[in-house]
Write a new protein. Structure first.
Length: 367
């Protein structure tokens, strides 16, 4: 009989020297505070490690498995104290939302990707537990209350779970504690590394009807003639964005929406960015939780990223645009809703099996 062990964390327990704070089985958890004052945890499991910021939005800062780094390249070698994600945009994954989400439009007044990404957590802990199959896991969990007088009142319970393999489970549970209904916009924002000559596998055809390019140009993008030409190419022939064989075309960024991906018997859909070596990065989630799927790819001078699968409740075009589309979810008073995205690294054998699985769900075979 397994027993869960919970270890409370306090900010003052993090010092400048790295120290082991928990150990068991294949896992070693190390804690430290960066020179800029950000608390960090590293969970090592024998296949690699995952770094989590337990008190700063509980974002996943970095991950390396089998010697392969999963994380985008950016101007931020380490996290910086921030209240907005743009002040520290270099992490592998963060919780985007929750009341507002996406790039604010001209009439929006919310920050990029909402209030949650860098929110100071009210509590944090480490859990040693078992997963549904009985395998050992380490989880970083906690909660934060967002309460405004005469406004929203919710409790967010994020968690990051790491097993003995190369997959990360990032979860978010949102409880509306207000007497009024609450609007909800949430995205599991996972920023994988750009892979030159990588191939994207998705459980939907690369057709203009199912793989749509964002036509609006956000305020932070300065369009060029080449950008507009590539935008037109992606709109008419979405398969042009399937293979990342022209890195320069992805500067400025492009955002693509994938509609109604196929699901397996468990209600999950899968996506993968296959690397030239045959291995890759993978994402799995339930469209019943995340009805929208976005893709963000950038190969700029200061940042490169291939966020090939961003599961969400809405598209990332800002509050008013999403409201006009009918993409904003609501939570009734007292209602709780949960979301989980599984993502990580797959070996060449696992990638080969996954590409076949994705093709069977309505995707396309590798060209």
């Amino acid at each position: 009989m397994s027993m869960s062990v919970s270890i409370p964390l306090t900010p003052d327990a993090f010092g400048p020297a790295r120290r082991v704070v928990a150990q068991g089985g294949a896992f070693t958890v190390t804690a430290w505070r960066t020179g800029l004052g950000v608390e960090m945890l590293r969970i090592a499991n024998g296949r690699g490690h995952v770094e989590v910021l337990p008190f700063m939005g509980q974002m996943v800062w970095d991950a390396v498995f089998d010697g392969v780094r999963l994380t985008m390249e950016s101007a931020f070698p380490e996290p910086r104290p921030a209240t907005s994600i743009v002040e520290t945009y270099g992490c592998l994954a963060y919780h985007s939302g929750l009341l507002r989400n996406g790039c604010p439009g001209p009439e929006d007044d919310h920050p990029l990707h909402g209030e949650m990404p860098c929110k100071r957590m009210g509590s944090a802990r480490i859990e040693f537990d078992t997963d549904a199959e009985g395998g050992p896991v380490v989880r970083v969990a906690g909660h934060v209350d967002h309460t405004l007088g005469f406004g929203p009142n919710y409790r967010a319970r994020p968690s990051v779970t790491v097993g003995t393999g190369t997959t990360i489970a990032m979860s978010m549970e949102v409880e509306n504690r207000s007497a009024l209904s609450m609007e909800l916009m949430y995205m599991a924002h996972v920023n994988f590394a750009f892979v030159a000559d990588g191939v994207i596998h998705q459980a939907a055809p690369f057709t203009p009807e199912r793989t749509r390019v964002r036509s609006s140009v956000p305020a932070h993008v300065t369009p060029t003639d080449d950008y507009r030409a590539f935008l037109k190419e992606l709109a008419e022939h979405p398969e042009a964005g399937r293979r990342l064989d022209r890195p320069g075309q992805w500067d400025p960024e492009q955002v693509i929406y994938v509609d109604a991906p196929g699901t397996d018997k468990d209600g999950l859909t899968h996506a993968m960015l296959e690397r030239p070596a045959g291995d890759g990065f993978a994402m799995s989630y339930a469209p019943s939780e995340f009805p929208r799927l976005a893709r963000w790819i950038l190969h700029g001078a200061d940042a490169t990223v291939a966020a090939f699968a961003l599961p969400a409740t809405c598209e990332p075009e800002g509050y008013l645009a999403e409201k006009a589309k009918g993409n904003i979810a609501t939570l009734a008073s007292g209602e709780t809703r949960g979301f989980t995205a599984h993502f990580g690294y797959v070996t060449p054998d696992e990638a080969a099996a996954l590409s076949g699985q994705i093709a069977a769900l309505g995707g396309q075979d590798k060209d």
